[in-house]
Design a protein around this ligand. Structure first.
Ligand SMILES: [Fe+2]
Length: 167
């Protein structure tokens, strides 16, 4: 499984080509997602799903922009799963794992659809990275903590990264 992540990150880098900002974003999300997943003691299967989703969750945005000149979250969700299936085609990923990856990527902006620890961790890792990249205000981070974050590890990361008072 560890070696497969090399293939996945290569897929990501080749897919986004010189879009360094998006490649960096996905590399960071995958790394935070893996760290949270390890701390939360998820199963091997869940770890695989979480890590692949971390790398590939935003692939829909490229096609959305090329085809529709839009980066809307809904469009990204619609376009993402088919791209992921193509990218993962040669990697012999089991059908149920691929289906779960496509479900999470196809709904990753729809927080009311979170239905498992794998999906939850991907969303938390994406927020942790986006808060920094988008300069989100502390007041909004506190709201996200209340409204979206559920895992002890994710909440702890959020606190240490963005919410602790420096004295
Ligand atoms: Fe993202």
């Amino acid at each position: 499984m560890e070696y497969m992540m090399g293939d996945i990150s290569r897929c990501l880098i080749e897919y986004f080509e010189n879009d360094v900002r998006r490649i960096n974003h996905a590399m960071k999300v995958a790394s935070f997602a893996r760290s949270i997943a390890l701390e939360e003691r998820v199963s091997e299967k869940e770890l695989l799903i979480i890590e692949i989703c971390g790398y590939l969750h935003d692939v829909g945005i490229k096609l959305a922009e090329e085809k529709y000149q839009s980066s809307s979250g809904k469009l990204q969700e619609e376009l993402g799963p088919d791209i992921v299936k193509t990218l993962l085609n040669n990697l012999n990923i089991e059908d149920d794992i691929l289906a779960r990856i496509c479900y999470i990527i196809g709904n990753h902006h729809s927080y009311n659809k979170i239905d498992g620890i794998d999906f939850q961790i991907l969303v938390e890792a994406d927020f942790i990275v986006n808060i920094y990249e988008d300069n989100v205000l502390k007041r909004e981070v506190e709201e996200v903590n209340q409204r979206i974050f559920r895992t002890i590890t994710g909440k702890s990361y959020l606190k240490h990264l963005y919410l602790s008072e420096v004295v």
